[in-house]
Design a binder for this molecule. Structure first.
Ligand code: CAA
Length: 389
């Protein structure tokens, strides 16, 4: 049975900071960000946006299209969750008025957990072929002001519908995966900003890639030449390029800059202007590739590398299906990204310092624009949301 991605919808905040502004505030040459790490803009969530509203807005087009009717499993992948007990997906289930016959849990392993979610969802569909699973990856990447990680912040969510006979991409059964207990990036419960050993994290990312690829190659007998495009986890776009260069060197494949652009560039464009969104990052890359590639990718095999610090890596692959373009939300994504509002550095810092809302606070949220849903406050320790549709 062919199982894979039937729909793919991306959502990010309406606000961004141009990294030229950040560079000026930090007295850094803007090309360090634009060229050195390959990032131009970072999406900034307004105070009334969180992982729930981002996720509900990402999945809303699927609700409108009637695609959620047969969903009996909702897996919510995040590392910036809003409750230690209740799964963020249960709020989304409510906001999207999904059927009560549905399993719903939250998954965490840094930026990797959506991929675990997809593999679990494939198992669910294999056993229940007429049913569907919704995997939502939703995160807000937040580092302390003035730290090296600051320019790699961002936010976003991707809603991924998994079904039999999928319209977009079948997922191959073979995968290579790798776990090692390391401290390259982490966020203790008492902190709202992540801690990271930056240079070390880039080395671990690549080590886990090489190990995952080795297993995948042994299982399938495939070589890098068997793929038409690659999508990597994208903490910043330069990281994906460096990872692919390293994999080519290790496997003795020649790769000039033009060849690398042809294999990777379409998948990096959304991330370059939105930033890291942790668990959704690789799937933003896949969305970007499918939306923007001028070439018809039907029948082409895509290599996918998912990485979550701490760390777990997985290399897997999929084959794009004939007619896939009709199942995409490319037009909505284009409108979203073209109609955002730029923040000044001061506005960015004000939003950053707004802090984590707690019960009893006198929160009057500034009326920033959100998507279809809005976080409206906390009362008696209960988060409240509004549907704007
Ligand atoms: N013009 C062009 N390039 C310039 C430049 C200029 N004026 N100034 C500097 N550069 C280049 C540097 O030469 C460097 O390039 P190389 O990497 O090719 O040497 C690049 O810009 C970055 O400069 P630095 O190495 O000096 O940057 P930094 O140390 O200040 O920060 C970082 C880099 C450590 C990766 C930092 O962005 C960071 O900590 N990021 C967060 C952690 C992260 O994203 N890790 C990735 C792997 S972990 C993961 O993937 C999980 C996750 O999502 C977090």
């Amino acid at each position: 049975m062919n199982i894979g991605i039937d729909r793919l919808s991306f959502y990010t905040s309406h606000y961004y900071v141009d990294l030229k502004e950040l560079a000026q505030a930090r007295s850094v040459d803007a090309d360090k960000y634009y060229v050195g790490i390959g990032q131009e803009k970072m999406a900034i969530p307004s105070p009334d946006e969180d992982v729930v509203t981002l996720a509900a807005s990402a999945a809303y087009p699927l609700m409108q299209a009637g695609d959620l009717a047969d969903v009996e499993l909702l897996l919510f992948a995040t590392e910036s969750g809003i409750d230690q007990s209740k799964a963020a997906g249960v709020y989304v289930h409510g906001l999207l008025e999904m059927a009560p016959r549905c399993r719903c849990v939250e998954l965490k392993q840094a930026c990797y957990s959506a991929t675990a979610g997809i593999q679990l969802a494939i198992g669910f569909v294999a056993r229940n072929p007429t049913k569907k699973a919704l995997v939502i990856a939703s995160d807000i990447a937040r580092y302390e002001l003035g730290t090296p990680g600051e320019a790699t912040q961002g936010c976003g969510s991707v809603a991924i519908l998994i079904s039999a006979d999928p319209r977009i991409m079948t997922i191959d059964p073979e995968c290579g995966y790798y776990t090692e207990d390391v401290m390259d990036f982490w966020r203790p419960n008492y902190r709202s900003e992540a801690l990271v050993d930056g240079k070390y994290s880039t080395m671990v990312y690549i080590h886990a890639l090489v190990e995952s690829w080795k297993q995948y190659a042994e299982l399938t007998g495939r070589t890098l030449a068997d793929f038409d495009r690659f999508c990597y986890h994208i903490p910043f776009t330069k990281m994906a390029e460096k990872a692919h260069q390293k994999l080519c060197r290790k496997t003795k494949v020649e790769l000039d800059n033009q060849a690398m652009q042809a294999l990777l560039d379409e998948s990096l464009r959304y991330s370059r202007i939105t930033g890291n969104c942790y668990s959704g990052s690789m799937y933003v890359g896949l969305t970007s590739l499918l939306d923007l590639a001028e070439e018809d990718l039907a029948g082409k095999r895509i290599g996918l590398y998912s990485y979550g610090s701490g760390c777990v890596g997985e290399f897997f692959s999929g084959v794009i299906q004939p007619g896939y373009r009709a199942a995409l939300f490319a037009e909505q994504h284009r409108n979203l990204l073209e109609n955002r509002t730029e923040l000044t550095y001061q506005q960015y810092e004000n939003i950053f310092n707004y802090g984590v809302p707690t019960d009893g606070g006198d929160y009057v949220f500034p009326q920033y624009k959100t998507g279809a849903f809005r976080f409206s406050g906390i009362s008696q320790h209960k988060r409240e949301y509004e549907s704007l549709v």
